[in-house]
Write a protein that binds this ligand. Structure first.
Ligand code: SF4
Length: 222
């Protein structure tokens, strides 16, 4: 996907589309992403329930126009070349200039990592593919701090986003579930009971299976 030959046609119908949410799941933990999207497992906890409540509030708003800006909520996007599908929380359209600004609502606060920005950039790239336009900026709105953060979609962020999409695509196509890597984040994971990371860390049968099927198999499962 990164080295797209010019004029190439993409036949994506045999490939499972990547939901935009999978990029966040992958950022949190590749194993969680695989459990949700390759194994279709899901469980809610306090964090996911709070996120659901926030998004329900955001999604309920009707489209409206204020001061020359059209506000569209729960905007569906589908970008076959990027292999992405999903929904934008909010799309602002400046009626005078035709400028599109995707806005993503987050329940927490601004982070030092780029993951929220990558998810937003992926939304912008979906809009670009669908509408054949350029989207230069978006915004993240953090519920906890009530702050709106402007995000510029520069070349570096776009490249980072493409790399993550590629990593998630590889995970999807492998149909594998990577081994658990226990960390502090596991305590906030809604799938901790399903994943059982401490148990699988000590489970020597995984090594046995990997030895049985050889080195290639081990690499593919990481
Ligand atoms: S419990 Fe930890 S290792 Fe398991 S899926 Fe969740 S974050 Fe990943």
């Amino acid at each position: 996907m990164l080295a797209l030959p010019e004029g190439a046609e993409y036949v994506m119908q045999d490939l499972k589309p990547i939901p935009l949410s999978a990029l966040q799941h992958y950022a949190f933990c590749p194993r969680q992403c695989a459990l949700i999207h390759n194994e279709q497992l899901w469980a809610d906890n306090w964090h996911t329930a709070k996120g659901n409540v926030l998004h329900q509030r955001v999604d309920q708003g009707l489209p409206e126009t204020r001061k020359g800006v059209r506000y569209e909520r729960s905007v569906h996007v589908h970008a076959p070349q990027l292999r992405l599908v999903g929904q934008l929380d909010l799309l602002e359209v400046d009626l005078a200039s035709g400028k599109f600004t995707p806005v993503e609502y987050k329940k927490g606060r601004s982070k030092t990592s780029d993951w929220d920005r990558i998810q937003l950039c992926a939304q912008a790239m979906c809009l670009e593919e669908m509408k054949e336009i350029r989207v230069d900026e978006g915004a993240l709105w953090y519920w906890q701090t009530r702050r709106r953060e402007c995000v510029v979609f520069d070349d570096a962020l776009r490249m980072q986003t493409l790399i993550v999409i590629e990593q998630v695509a590889t995970l999807f196509d492998s149909l594998r579930v990577p081994r658990a890597v226990y960390g502090k984040h596991c305590l906030a994971c809604s799938l901790i009971d399903v994943c059982n990371p401490l148990w699988s860390r000590n489970d020597k049968s995984i090594l046995y299976i990997e030895n049985l099927f050889g080195e290639d198999d081990e690499e593919a499962s990481e």
